[in-house]
Design a protein around this ligand. Structure first.
Ligand SMILES: *Cc1c(COP(=O)(O)O)cnc(C)c1O
Length: 420
């Protein structure tokens, strides 16, 4: 137990062990102040893509810092931001034509929701209701919390969150219950709904819950049919995690708004971006200043972060990133097949580089006692894993070697004994 000066995120300082101080990191490895090496099997909370310390991004940051670190982004622009917008929009679904920068995944979501509602306002047809999915996670700010699953994480603020219409997570293959719920909401009164927001294919913080591209495709069709904008939150799924650059590619879905953040700078610097369709942009495009999109944060379009993000995308072009993703996916599949046969395991699932093992646990809530025990066990064995309740997941950087991943699975295998 520590009463530390620093108040750490998602940390109960009344029971958490002392923090581990990291001196440096390289590839898939963290090296602590005391010289221990820990395998980063969750990409440092899902942000690291190509590996820690990738030299190309290091160089881009150094060179940009020497030229221009930051400039006000209203009335001004710069090369790295222009290049980033162009490179991102060239790779994103063709429905997306404009890029709005912010600082994190939560801010990218807040911007998307504000844009959707603001666009209806500017059109003179105000709509204020949002549709979201049970077990969703979209961030920890008030708007992002509002469109996310309600539970112990946000109970204190629940009365302050705006009302949202939740549809069930598609548990079964075809997701018929989900599609029916969406359709029945929209058939009744579509013109109350400004937008629907979903994490495509994988609900991350909700427990790495996965659903097939065909369901996402149907969801998108229903939203389109009823004229409700579709926001895809690719903050976690973006930049290769699900096996394609963006998860929505697998469903051939063209969203109206898309949120990106975690892998955007390869994990180097905090940055978010909301990509928007021409229709959304045009709803604010006017000679009336009252129709401006009134939103900013001080560091919007930070030049160093933009340069890091441009370098991140260049790595996708110049290095065999997809080969790394494919080999991780293959190794996941083999390891999961074995784990699925263990008696403590209720089920396994995988989408691209994300693998999850669900344990049979009496109490499957996040606060179940098993979580902290597993965390401690993994760290004792020099592996960083952070189960979500009774779900152990592996979400490694794409440079992770076969030997490193094998070690991660070896430790997971041993840890099952803790689950009875
Ligand atoms: C992490 C996450 C967010 C929030 O991003 P932050 O950068 O932590 O604010 C939003 N949506 C999804 C799907 C996420 O996984």
């Amino acid at each position: 137990m520590t009463r530390s000066r620093i108040w750490h995120p998602f940390t109960q300082h009344g029971s958490a062990p002392a923090e581990i101080s990291v001196a440096r990191a390289e590839g898939a490895r963290l090296i602590t102040d005391t010289g221990r090496t820990i395998i980063d099997a969750i990409s440092s909370w899902w942000v690291i893509t190509h590996g820690h310390g990738h030299p190309r991004i290091v160089r881009a940051i150094r060179e940009q810092a020497q030229k221009l670190e930051q400039v006000i982004f209203a009335g001004f622009t710069h090369g790295p931001a222009e290049r980033l917008a162009q490179n991102l929009l060239a790779r994103a679904p063709s429905s997306l034509k404009h890029a709005f920068f912010s600082d994190s995944g939560s801010t990218a979501v807040e911007v998307a929701v504000k844009m959707a509602v603001g666009a209806w306002h500017n059109r003179g047809k105000p709509r204020h209701r949002i549709i979201a999915m049970e077990h969703a996670y979209h961030g920890d700010m008030f708007g992002a919390m509002s469109v996310g699953h309600r539970g112990v994480f946000n109970a204190a603020w629940d009365p302050m969150l705006f009302e949202v219409s939740f549809i069930p997570f598609p548990e079964s293959g075809a997701g018929q219950r989900t599609l029916d719920a969406l359709e029945s909401l929209l058939r009744r009164d579509a013109d109350r709904f400004a937008a629907a927001i979903f994490e495509p294919l994988v609900l991350g913080a909700g427990g790495m819950k996965m659903y097939p591209p065909a369901v996402l495709e149907r969801i998108a069709q229903i939203c389109r049919h009823y004229g409700v904008w579709l926001i895809l939150d690719e903050v976690m799924t973006g930049f290769g995690r699900t096996g394609s650059l963006f998860a929505c590619e697998q469903a051939k879905v063209a969203p109206d708004l898309m949120c990106l953040s975690k892998g955007l700078t390869g994990g180097f610097l905090p940055m978010g971006v909301t990509l928007a369709s021409a229709e959304i942009y045009d709803a604010f495009y006017s000679d009336d200043r009252a129709q401006t999109f009134f939103h900013s944060s001080s560091y919007t379009g930070n030049a160093i972060a933009c340069a890091a993000a441009v370098a991140n995308l260049e790595i996708w072009d110049s290095e065999p990133v997809m080969a790394g993703i494919t080999s991780i996916a293959r190794q996941h599949a083999t390891a999961l097949e074995k784990l699925a046969r263990r008696r403590q395991v209720a089920g396994v699932r995988q989408t691209g580089t994300i693998a999850a093992v669900e344990l049979k646990a009496g109490d499957s809530g996040y606060l179940a006692q098993l979580g902290p025990k597993l965390n401690a066990f993994y760290l004792e064995h020099d592996v960083l894993l952070r189960p979500l309740g009774n779900v152990i997941y592996v979400l490694p950087p794409y440079c992770t070697s076969a030997a490193e991943l094998m070690r991660v699975y070896g430790v997971i295998d041993e840890s099952l004994a803790l689950a009875g």
